[in-house]
Ligand binder design. Structure first.
Ligand SMILES: C[C@H](O)CC(=O)SCCNC(=O)CCNC(=O)[C@H](O)C(C)(C)COP(=O)(O)OP(=O)(O)OC[C@H]1O[C@@H](n2cnc3c(N)ncnc32)[C@H](O)[C@@H]1OP(=O)(O)O
Length: 777
């Protein structure tokens, strides 16, 4: 892998073209002065046992290279003007996020370079010669900020422009909070930054961020000419930071900021970067752009060190790690460093490390057109993959087809799909009432109800009608796949493709392998999973797999608390305040009591020592409640209004409490808000420890990704294992131990947790850090 660098070519026209070279996204890397020696951290958990072995490379990084080339161009008499661009059709994906990770690992903020004044203001914006940015593909974060420091921006069509820094727990740090409002107005700038929503160059042109859009092949030619035109005063020489024309009056700006602060409180109540971003913008409006830049740099550095940034940066890399064969070196604990490619090899054991090539999946059959089946079918057709949807009668088939049409329409309404693409997608769907269309499918995904005999029947039928290469997948969320495939002789083709509802929207795809599933089937499903824009996480076979298994104690513990006398609505409110989209009882209303009962039964069979038997759901059903489906559960659901707590559910809960009779001395327990949250989430951590111990996931960060994408665990907390490590395994262990003595074995700490907590080892440390781990991979 070539080292990140910057090139400069000076043409006969007197224009120096300065090019960022750091594939794949031309991230703005810093001199690797303090980079750790890769091998020193390979088996050590990066976040907790970081060892710094300094090695000095010189002059190879993008930021240092940029300064050097600009200085040279300024000095040279044959250079009249400059064009800044990126190699490989992508301008820049921004500042190198690996540096954040290193700062988090070492706690050394001095690794962050001071770029915003020295490079963007002094070197680029105040350059004695005009500078034009030639932008293509994407200009995100620091990439767009460099472009905004230039005196004009020429873009290729459909270039993505955005400042997504808030998704990493920081704010733009190269002057973006100051220049974006000055270029396109305060309201639009706030929208782009607060929602981290990129715009296309076409919109950028309308708003004034982009000066011209030209075809890709003319980008450099036009940019060179534009730069010469500025130098010869045929075009204006504009410094963004000096502009005020789009900001409006101070009182108008304050009104806009006030409204944005209210909105930020709603959309991001638990994180600091949204309010900080608005404060920094306000500083620039009141005291001028340069002071804004200074405050931005200070706040940026403070935010980098927050737990929010640590969590979000962890999630950024964890998501990209789930299925990667190779990756640039990041010091990941699970990886093997490969000197030949100067990268690390992140393997899915016995899948990505055995030299297989993925096969192309062209046609998929989905069995069952219910909520899950129709969502899955939608995900495939919108990614240009043919789907045969099979149902048992024409009424169900019609219902399934209608749901798919509605799904596709909703994607159009939300701007995720054009009308043309929607029509094309729907033309790729075919309904079927028998197996005649299955003879040339590459994969079948069964998505019928959770019934072992029914699934066994279906799998023995499809084994006969599908071609021998066809992958036979089940969307079961809990049932052992060995059972599903028991009546077939195709165990090597049987695999779990566990989507999360709504399947066309939720990004997680749990790929469940049994001991017999072939590596080829796993690789193919991983590959097609990425094609349909899912994040595939390969997991081992056990009841509930990784996500549902780790999270089954979530509802269980909430139920225990209710039966100990804690109010359901208090629990839901606290869990929402913690950052999950809703509490466990509203979730039960939403997913339906039938699902809760069926899934509960599976877990009770598999883990009888840690299930809590409660009559509550039966009592709710007897009381005419079915959750959201009939508008009445713990909450009342009415069209057009938010769910409202239903006080009439309280006598039903009282009856359930009377029957279980677990309140100490018959009295509700006294408990703090913090303890409620911990009593619900620490059992999840405990189960996650068992999942890690049994090797159900390849690496701890996969469970973090799965918890964020499958359970909507707040990404700014980094995922369930990451969060537990921040809270401290010792605290989790001590609390569970205390509760187990008071409330029973449900809370008993697992062996893995005990070992890690007492040994002072993070839960995310690799298996070799503690003894006795088994693997299901
Ligand atoms: C001071 C400044 O204000 C602070 C900043 O600039 S912070 C950075 C702001 N920029 C961002 O947040 C952009 C983050 N990146 C992305 O959103 C996406 O990667 C992308 C839209 C650029 C490309 O997406 P896509 O084509 O799907 O490829 P994706 O797999 O995500 O990325 C390709 C590789 O580039 C890496 N990468 C992307 N952006 C990166 C960045 N800014 N720094 C370091 N690596 C980056 C990814 O980690 C991945 O590496 P890998 O192949 O070794 O795993």
């Amino acid at each position: 892998m070539a080292k990140p660098h910057v090139t400069m070519e000076v043409g006969n026209d007197g224009v120096a073209v300065v090019t960022l070279v750091n594939p794949p996204v031309n991230a703005l890397a810093i001199p690797s002065k303090y980079l750790p020696l890769p091998l020193s951290v390979l088996t050590i958990n990066l976040r907790f046992f970081f060892v710094i072995d300094c090695v000095e490379f010189d002059g190879d990084a993008v930021i240092a290279g940029l300064k050097e080339k600009f200085d040279e161009a300024t000095r040279r008499n044959d250079v009249k003007a400059l064009v800044l661009t990126g190699k490989g059709g992508r301008f820049s994906g921004g500042f190198d996020i690996n540096v954040f990770q290193k700062v988090h690992a070492t706690g050394d903020i001095s690794l962050m370079p001071d770029v915003s004044v020295e490079l963007v203001v002094n070197t680029i914006e105040d350059c004695k010669k005009p500078v034009v940015a030639a932008v293509e593909g994407l200009a995100l974060g620091g990439g767009l900020e460099l472009a905004m420091g230039c005196h004009a921006r020429i873009a290729a069509p459909k270039t993505q422009l955005g400042l997504p820094e808030l998704t990493l727990g920081v704010i733009p740090g190269f002057g973006g909070t100051q220049r974006l409002p000055r270029l396109l107005g305060l309201s639009k700038a706030i929208e782009i930054m607060l929602f981290s929503k990129p715009i296309m160059s076409e919109e950028g042109k309308k708003l004034g961020l982009i000066d011209a859009i030209v075809p890709s092949q003319e980008l450099l030619k036009v940019s060179r000419q534009w730069a010469l035109d500025i130098s010869e005063r045929r075009k204006p020489w504009l410094r963004s930071l000096h502009r005020t024309d789009k900001i409006g009056s101070l009182s108008e700006a304050r009104e806009v900021l006030k409204a944005a602060r209210q909105q930020a409180k709603k959309i991001a109540p638990n994180v600091p970067q949204h309010q900080a971003c608005l404060d920094v913008m306000e500083e620039g409006i009141i005291h001028g752009g340069y002071n804004g830049v200074l405050k931005e740099a200070k706040v940026f550095k403070e935010l980098v060190m927050t737990e929010t940034s640590k969590g979000l940066v962890h999630v950024f890399f964890a998501q990209r790690m789930t299925s990667k064969g190779k990756s640039r070196f990041q010091g990941n604990e699970i990886a093997r460093y490969d000197q030949a490619c100067d990268c690390e090899i992140l393997e899915i054991p016995k899948v990505t490390d055995v030299g297989l090539k993925p096969r192309h999946i062209r046609k998929v059959a989905v069995i069952g057109g219910g909520l899950m089946g129709s969502g899955i079918a939608t995900a495939f057709i919108v990614s240009n993959i043919h789907v045969v949807l099979k149902e048992i009668n024409s009424e169900y088939l019609q219902k399934g087809t209608k749901t798919i049409e509605a799904n596709v329409r909703s994607l159009v309404t939300r701007g995720k799909l054009t009308r043309d693409k929607a029509d094309k997608a729907l033309s790729m769907l075919k309904g079927a009432l028998d197996y005649s269309d299955f003879k040339d499918v590459d994969m079948v995904i069964e998505a019928v109800i959770e019934s072992v005999p029914l699934k066994q029947k279906i799998f023995s039928e499809i084994e006969k009608v599908c071609p021998p290469h066809c992958i036979l997948a089940s969307n079961t969320s809990t049932i052992d796949l060995n059972l599903v495939g028991e009546k077939t002789s195709s165990q090597d083709r049987i695999i779990g493709a566990h989507f999360f509802s709504p399947a066309h929207i939720m990004p997680l795809l749990e790929i469940v392998r049994t001991e017999k599933t072939s590596a080829q089937a796993i690789l193919d499903l991983m590959t097609v999973g990425k094609t349909i824009k899912k994040v595939p996480v390969v997991v081992g076979n056990c009841t509930g797999f990784a996500v549902n298994r780790a999270f089954f104690p979530y509802t269980q513990s909430a139920l225990i608390l209710v039966h100990l006398g804690v109010d359901v609505f208090r629990i839901d409110k606290l869990i929402s305040s913690f950052g999950l989209p809703m509490g466990p009882f509203q979730l039960q209303d939403l997913s339906g009591y039938g699902v809760a009962l069926a899934v509960g039964k599976e877990f009770a069979n598999a883990f009888p020592d840690r299930t809590f038997q409660s009559p509550l759901i039966d009592l709710l059903v007897k009381d005419g409640r079915n959750g959201k489906t009939n508008g009445k559960g713990y909450y009342i659901y009415e069209k057009g209004s938010k769910p409202r707590p239903d006080p009439s559910v309280l006598p039903v809960i009282e009856e359930s409490r009377r029957l279980t009779n677990i309140m100490p001395n018959g009295k509700p327990i006294n408990i703090t808000d913090k303890e409620i949250v911990e009593m619900i989430l620490f059992p999840v951590v405990n189960e996650a420890c068992r999942v890690l111990d049994e090797g159900v996931v390849v690496r701890a960060s996969d469970l973090d990704t799965a918890s964020v994408l499958g359970m909507s665990f707040p990404s700014y907390r980094g995922g369930i294992v990451f969060w537990a490590d921040l809270v401290g395994p010792k605290h989790v262990y001590d609390s569970l131990k205390k509760w187990s003595q008071r409330f029973g074995d449900f809370y008993k700490p697992s062996k893995f947790l005990e070992e890690r907590a007492t040994g002072g080892i993070p839960l995310s440390a690799p298996a070799s850090s503690s003894s006795g781990s088994r693997s299901r991979m």
